[in-house]
Design a protein around this ligand. Structure first.
Ligand code: GDP
Ligand code: IMO
Ligand code: MG
Length: 431
């Protein structure tokens, strides 16, 4: 049996351009699967003059005829889902090949309220979450107090389940936080009808994906967030509550590790981060401001200005190891044009020596300073360059330098948001 699957995974702190690259590769795919995260994701896809901002639906939905799957590892907000679907249907796209896992957990209004209350309670140590209820929904999944899409297929059992959940949650709201709790009527008004509208899309998506792989379909896994936001490998506790890394594909979609093919890491040509938390290569200076404006670095989901920094080769080296990247796609490369010099952190210097891999302990990270490898900049606008050879020498040297630092081949270079602004070095990515 020949397996043809590809994963698109963020290697930094999110917003690497996963949506653009997923859309680009989806042309070759039959099936596109999301396996973790929820409406905290904001994936922008530009097709000609049209802009699509996707939060929960896989970016493959923009290509007609592709099967799109929301895997069990996601947490779905049914109200956001309704709005997202309506917008796409209004714009002439279809949902006839959309499937949602019966095991997926649903984000309820009390999760969003808890996200807000927990952030306030953290006072000085805020995470800067997207306030979409992500963390509290995953907490309920792990503490076995969650509502799954499949629960909506049995209305009687559902009512009893929700009543039990509300009994426990309302203790928290009223006794710990001193705010009113939620009633069944609240939920009926705010979200249960939207959740019931998901029923026609529900199935056992693990079986569906396996059948597709076995019959030779090309399956594309679309990661959300990024490796440095991973609950295990990111800058804990300044992370999201799921596993964006490639290991998350298996548990998040019910696919065996032996059926996950090429892993493509997506990396901006610099670094951004939204929300709080450590950022060793952060540029709080006019160069950072210039990159933010040129790259239009404002959050797709929350509109917050993104923090900007030089490319962090240490974080990337760790991402290459953890995910097993076969290739990298470098995105937003056009944004670097016009800088006199471009830096890449190739290591961190620490009082006890040099670090080549990202440390788990933030106290160690605090004492690290990036060791930069300096590259000559280039002035030319590269946003319409179609092949590697036509790039300015300095830009080519930067790409070659990255391959040397990271020891991973670069397969794609994105020089603008559109599909045709993609330099293809190696295109046989589906394995
Ligand atoms: P994602 O969350 O990883 O899908 O990334 P986002 O969509 O949140 O952020 C990436 C932003 O950069 C979007 O606005 C894209 O349209 C845009 N973009 C993607 N690739 C490029 C590129 O190569 N150059 C430029 N200038 N913009 C890009
Ligand atoms: P995409 O898929 C960038 C960040 C939030 C916050 C932390 C925790 O578009 O790359 P959460 O709401 O998940 O509990 O917030 O994670 N964050 C993202 N940052 N891109 C994202 O998604 C993100 N999703 C969450 O800003 O720091
Ligand atoms: Mg994004």
């Amino acid at each position: 049996m020949s397996i043809s699957t590809l994963a698109v995974i963020g290697s930094q702190w999110g917003d690497e351009g996963k949506g653009k690259i997923t859309d680009f590769m989806a042309e070759q795919a039959d099936v596109v699967v999301r396996y973790q995260g929820g409406p905290n994701a904001g994936h922008t896809v530009v097709v000609g003059k049209e802009i699509f901002k996707l939060h929960q639906l896989p970016s493959g939905i923009i290509h007609r005829g592709k099967t799109c799957i929301l895997g069990n590892g996601m947490v779905i907000d049914p109200v956001v889902m309704q709005a997202e679907l309506k917008e796409l249907l209004d714009r002439g796209l279809t949902d006839d090949k959309l499937f949602i896992s019966d095991r997926v957990h649903l984000i309820m209004p009390y999760h969003k309220k808890l996200d807000e209350l927990e952030e306030q309670a953290r006072s000085g140590g805020k995470i800067g979450t997207t306030m979409r209820g992500i963390g509290p929904a995953y907490v309920d999944k792990i503490s076995r107090l969650g509502l799954r899409a499949g629960d909506f297929q049995n209305e009687n059992a559902l009512q009893a389940k929700i009543e039990n959940i509300l009994k426990i949650k309302n203790e928290l709201f009223t006794k710990l936080y001193g705010v009113p709790g939620f009633t069944m009527e609240n939920l009926e008004e705010e979200c249960l009808p939207a959740a019931r509208r998901l029923i026609p899309y529900i199935c056992d998506t693990s079986i569906l994906i396996d059948e597709e792989i076995n019959k030779g379909s090309k399956v594309l896994f679309e990661g959300a967030q990024g490796t440095m936001l991973d609950i295990d490998f990111g800058t804990y506790p300044y992370v999201t509550s799921s596993n964006p890394v490639s290991g998350g594909i298996c548990v998040g979609s019910g696919v065996a590790p032996s059926k996950v093919g090429t892993i493509l890491g997506i990396t901006k040509a610099y670094t951004t981060r939204v929300g709080e938390g450590p950022f060793p290569t952060e540029l709080k200076n006019p160069i950072g401001d210039k990159i933010r404006e040129k790259g239009r670095e404002y959050g797709t989901t929350t509109g917050r200005p993104r923090r900007i920094g030089w490319l962090d080769g240490v974080a990337l080296r760790s991402a290459c190891r953890i995910n097993g990247f076969g290739y990298l796609a470098i995105t937003l490369f056009d944004v670097l044009s016009g800088l006199e010099k471009v830096n890449v952190a190739s290591a961190y210097s620490h009082e006890e020596g040099t670090l080549e891999h990202f440390p788990a302990n933030l106290h160690i990270l605090d004492k690290c300073t990036p060791v930069y490898q300096e590259f000559k900049g280039w002035d030319d606008d590269i946003s319409e360059v179609k092949n590697f050879q036509s790039l300015p020498e300095a830009a080519k040297n930067y790409i070659k330098g990255l391959e040397e630092i990271l020891k991973v081949k670069i397969a794609l270079i994105s020089v603008g948001p559109r599909r045709d602004q993609t330099i293809v070095i190696f295109n046989k990515l589906f394995q």
